[in-house]
Design a protein around this ligand. Structure first.
Ligand code: SF4
Length: 536
């Protein structure tokens, strides 16, 4: 079977970083780990070609070659996913789809594709292959069990155009032990974290090393520390491997805030060259954390936890949400103040959305507060349910908050403060022994990126004096952190454009929403008048 693996385009989003990627000559942030895992699970005798549409388009020769088109993607990729399905069907190809979007919204896809391969592929892909071997023309494949990931094969990294990516993805665990009401991870992957074995993960890293990868690796686990015992076993095995190889990678991942309570775990992570962690902080409002059942964030003061993690030498990115039930006015301001006080450069700010099948979704459905089933939820869409305070107020706070977070001066201030704390961490004071490499000249792409940053931020922008002052101070106090600091400074180029998109799109939707509300009000007034006319 000749299978064309197709990864749909991401729209401009918080994570798309086009401008920053452009600067360093990369096409996309991360590769489609799901699809290359699918290729590894499918029969060896199948042939594969992979096209990530964020990197390039499918050629005519690839369309002609394919017997079946296999797609996977997330909710935000829905638009292009549907376009590619139509294109494949126009060309009379068989189409199979899986992944998070298909699993959550499979009803929307019924009748559009031939095979719906839902839930986790370790169980449903063999069912799909069996159906194809029996000559079945269509099917829906579901799993009630969660697979043991210790038998998941090494993803087919060889199918990727490695140079196109800024970072590489690897997965150690699936699932999370917590119960945040809005979270779809626990719906898709369960509350019992399942991990690979340390040897299995190291074999994946070894493969990437052999393929020549030497940049950042992002562990895409939704909560890397969900099973702390197994994570520590991994890190204890990984550290000597990293040392022997001369620390060829830096790692990033996502983790719950309780990471701050485990100094041993943070030390193990920094010893293995973990440089960044994304934390789901959501809100500094304790009442909202309780409403959304994010109790793990209420145990210690959040700002102390953040400080502990940065002081241990791990850079933080964090997610924030507004629109929780019972939330008081000014939540947007409180988020911005928290982000600034805790010096978090990259803060992913969103309005709450109800994702299908989550506890939040079921509660709102029971309360009759959902506004349609929508697969278009991201940072530029209004909430898909009726909140307990006015939508207008939440949207205004959200847009203003986003604007303030990505104001160039505020962004520079907190990035600089963040790197100064990082620079004081013990692990940053003792450099790791690297393998001696032949002295390489600085790549032209890096020189060009630096010149563009210096031109935009050091000459054109009003914040130029702050930019040079902080850079000078960085050279004085945290010289080793300068390349990473400049990379984070460069990311403001993306957010300056993106905050404008957020503002325009939310304001446009808000106008449409207000117009619709007026219509509904007028209709109900007419109805009331008719009822009172009949009654009198
Ligand atoms: S900690 Fe993160 S992954 Fe875990 S349930 Fe909460 S939101 Fe989901």
């Amino acid at each position: 079977m000749r299978a064309l693996l197709l990864y749909p385009l991401f729209p401009k989003s918080f994570w798309s970083f086009e401008k920053a990627l452009d600067l360093v000559g990369r096409k996309a942030l991360l590769p489609p780990l799901g699809l290359i895992t699918v290729a590894a699970i499918l029969p060896r005798e199948w042939e594969f070609k992979l096209v990530d549409r964020n990197v390039r388009s499918v050629t005519e020769a690839e369309w002609d070659w394919a017997e079946i088109v296999i797609l996977s993607g997330m909710i935000v990729q829905k638009g292009d996913m549907l376009d590619q399905i139509r294109e494949a069907k126009r060309r009379k190809k068989k189409v199979a789809i899986g992944g998070p979007y298909a699993t959550s919204f499979y009803k929307e896809l019924q009748g559009e594709v031939d095979y719906l391969v839902l839930d986790e592929g370790e169980i449903t892909l063999p069912m799909f292959v069996e159906a194809i071997e029996k000559g079945e023309e269509s099917g829906i494949f579901r799993a009630t069990e969660k697979p043991d990931v210790t038998s998941t094969p090494i993803p087919r990294y060889d199918l990727l155009e490695l140079d196109a990516y800024s970072e590489m993805s690897v997965q150690f665990s699936r699932g999370c032990p917590f119960q945040c009401e809005f979270c779809d991870i626990i719906v898709l992957y369960g509350r019992k974290p399942r991990t690979k074995t340390p040897q299995q993960l190291i074999a994946e890293l070894e493969y990437l090393y052999e393929l020549g990868w030497r940049r950042t690796i992002f562990l895409v686990d939704d909560n890397f520390i969900g099973n702390k015992r197994n994570v520590k076993l991994l890190l204890r095995a990984l550290q000597p491997w990293m040392e022997e190889k001369g620390y060829p990678f830096t790692f990033g991942t996502e983790a719950s805030v309780d990471l701050a309570q485990d100094q041993e775990l943070m030390d193990l992570m920094t010893a293995c060259n973990f440089g960044t962690v994304f934390l789901g902080i959501e809100t500094p409002d304790e009442g909202s954390l309780e409403v959304t059942k994010k109790f793990q964030n209420t145990r210690d003061p959040l700002s102390e936890s953040v400080h502990k993690i940065i002081s241990s030498g791990i850079r933080i990115m964090a997610g924030f949400i507004i629109g929780f039930d019972g939330e008081k006015s000014g939540a947007g301001d409180r988020v911005v103040e928290f982000v600034e006080k805790s010096t978090i450069p990259l803060a992913l700010f969103s309005m709450l959305q109800a994702l299908p099948d989550t506890a939040l979704w079921h509660r709102l459905e029971k309360e009759g507060r959902l506004i349609g089933e929508s697969g278009d939820v991201n940072q530029t869409t209004l909430m898909n349910f009726m909140p307990t305070r006015s939508v207008e107020e939440i949207a205004r706070e959200y847009v203003e908050g986003f604007w303030r977070l990505y104001d160039p001066q505020n962004y520079l201030d907190r990035t600089y403060k963040h790197y100064r704390i990082l620079g004081e961490a013990p692990c940053h004071k003792t450099p790791k022994p690297r393998k001696k490499k032949a002295k390489k000249k600085m790549e032209w792409a890096t020189i060009k990126a630096l010149l563009i940053i210096f031109w935009r931020q050091g000459i054109l922008r009003k914040t130029r004096s702050t930019f040079w002052y902080y850079l000078w101070e960085m050279f004085r106090h945290n010289r080793r952190g300068v390349p990473s600091y400049l990379t984070v400074c460069a990311q403001i180029e993306h957010f300056l454009e993106y905050r404008q998109i957020v503002k325009e799109q939310i304001e446009a939707q808000l106008s449409a929403y207000q117009a619709r509300m007026k219509e509904i009000e007028a209709e109900s007034q007419v109805k009331e008048q008719e009822i009172s006319a009949i009654a009198s």
